[in-house]
Design a protein around this ligand. Structure first.
Ligand SMILES: *[C@@H]1O[C@H](CO)[C@@H](O)[C@H](O)[C@H]1NC(C)=O
Length: 318
């Protein structure tokens, strides 16, 4: 099965909650980068307020305890590694319990609150994308020391690199900081995507070949954005901020164009686009399709980051 098909088959399986597919492709490791969508606990080890090491996070995990994941349960990459039969969950790189053997099957370098604009990450004292790459470089050295250069190259070449980032940049930095308005929304997207491109190029130089890049979710439907945009007419009826959703789709169109350009240019690469917009929008419009619903008014701020399309307990704040 081709990598692209596999990637979408995994997602389709997860969404439809069918039996696991046979993992025909030889993906032997998963490496995750970006923000809270894929941070499995790196921020527990940083001095930042952006952390999920407290209740009610993690309450639907088997142990019912918070792990640092910004979710009630597993993250997308946890589902991916378990469906590939690699391991149950994708550990955070900064966890001291992660040894060299564990590293051979992958880890998450993502840091909640991070973004493609360093300003976004620095404002909340979390790992920039550059910091995440530096840690990956260190991890790669550990892998090489453990299994040698040749097998180390295979670990990276057969690894799946999943990257989900960008929503903090637009939601917090672009819409949140008045001086950003010197940029047009489209100009800021170009700046972000230039940084995304150089991130992918650096990973490619380090031997990465298989990538899954997430687009933006409907940013205007994030609970925090809806709260900030309450008006007297819609104070009781929380609604998505339409312009921000239009912007998210414009960014996603540019990201997909970037992916085709990179795909043509980077020999031997497979780059998949992961649509976070449509599934999320469908969950918001048709929550009854997605099984059990939980309405926690207290939790909504806590869950505002959990927009993995794979979460079954999405919180509808409408
Ligand atoms: C590495 O960690 C795994 C669990 O994450 C454990 O099962 C294994 O025994 C550890 N290996 C070594 C050499 O410590």
């Amino acid at each position: 099965m081709s990598f692209l098909l596999l990637f979408y088959a995994i997602i389709a399986n997860l969404l439809l909650r069918r039996a696991p597919i046979a993992a025909a492709a030889k993906i032997t490791a998963v490496f995750a980068f970006g923000d809270s969508i894929l941070d499995s606990g790196n921020n527990n080890h940083l001095v930042t307020a952006f952390r999920a090491d407290h209740r009610p996070y993690g309450q639907d995990l088997p142990e019912k305890t918070p792990t640092g994941r910004f979710s009630d349960g597993k993250l997308t990459t946890d589902f991916i590694v378990s469906f590939l039969g690699i391991k149950e969950m994708l550990p955070p790189y900064l966890d001291p319990a992660l040894n060299d053997t564990g590293l051979l099957t992958g880890a998450s370098f993502a840091s909640a609150g991070s973004g493609l604009d360093d300003l976004t990450a620095r404002a909340v004292n979390v790992l920039t994308m550059g910091d995440q790459l530096k840690l990956f470089q260190k991890g790669l050295e550990r892998i090489r020391r453990k299994v040698g250069a040749k097998r180390g190259r295979r670990v990276v070449g057969n690894g799946l690199f999943v990257i989900a980032v960008g929503s903090n940049d637009v939601a917090r930095s672009y819409y949140g900081l008045p001086f950003m308005k010197t940029f047009t929304s489209s100009g800021y997207h170009d700046f972000l995507l230039k940084n995304f491109e150089s991130f992918i190029l650096r990973l490619y130089k380090m031997g990465a070949r298989k990538f899954g890049l997430s687009g933006l979710p409907p940013v205007g439907c994030l609970p925090i954005q809806m709260t900030l945009n309450l008006s007297p007419d819609n104070f009781l009826k929380r609604v998505c901020v339409n312009q921000q959703n239009v912007d998210s789709q414009a960014y996603n169109t540019k990201l997909q164009a970037l992916i085709s350009r990179l795909q043509g240019r980077l020999k031997g690469s497979k780059i998949a686009y992961f649509d976070a917009f449509k599934p999320m929008m469908d969950m918001i419009n048709n929550p009854q399709k997605y099984g059990e619903l939980k309405l926690y008014l207290i939790h909504f701020i806590v869950y505002s980051n959990s927009f993995s399309p794979l979460l079954t307990n999405i919180i509808p704040i409408l």
